[in-house]
Design a protein around this ligand. Sequence first.
Ligand code: FES
Length: 172
Amino acid sequence: MDRLTADSLAAHAFLHFDDGRESRGTTIGDAIGRFQNGAHLYVCGPLGFIEAALTVARGLRWPESSLHREYFVAPGDSGATGVERGFTVRLARSEKTSYVPPEKTTVEVMSEAGIEIGVSCSQGICGTCITTVLQGEPEHRDSVLTDEERERNDQMTPCCSRARSRTLVLDL
Ligand code: FES
């Protein structure tokens, strides 16, 4: 709170507290307001709160590309198909090809091949490892990309996501 109320942010920071008393409460919709061009909404906290805030925002016509969330733990639905398969990863710039077996992540296999991909959470929730996909179809298991970003299939989180296609070509 000290940082949010410091000089440079004070004019832009509005604090709402939920202390359990309805009379002092505010609705999520009141706090968010209608979408305005260029605005971005960042939500973190308990899963139920995140989902509620995003649902309200969508109802207020916020586009998916402006909605961002940070989970503290990976949510239950990981996007996994239930069948763990291996796949091949080709690195376009490094000109290396490696096989990712079912029991390893792409980040682990790349590390063994001498290619370090920066990671932080290793659970698909922080976005540190997001990597450009040049070819192939990722099996997205993260909680950080938006639905629109996932559908484009041009980036992925190699710390946890895998491949639907036999081969992925990454911009590494
Ligand atoms: S390291 Fe956090 S999303 Fe991959």
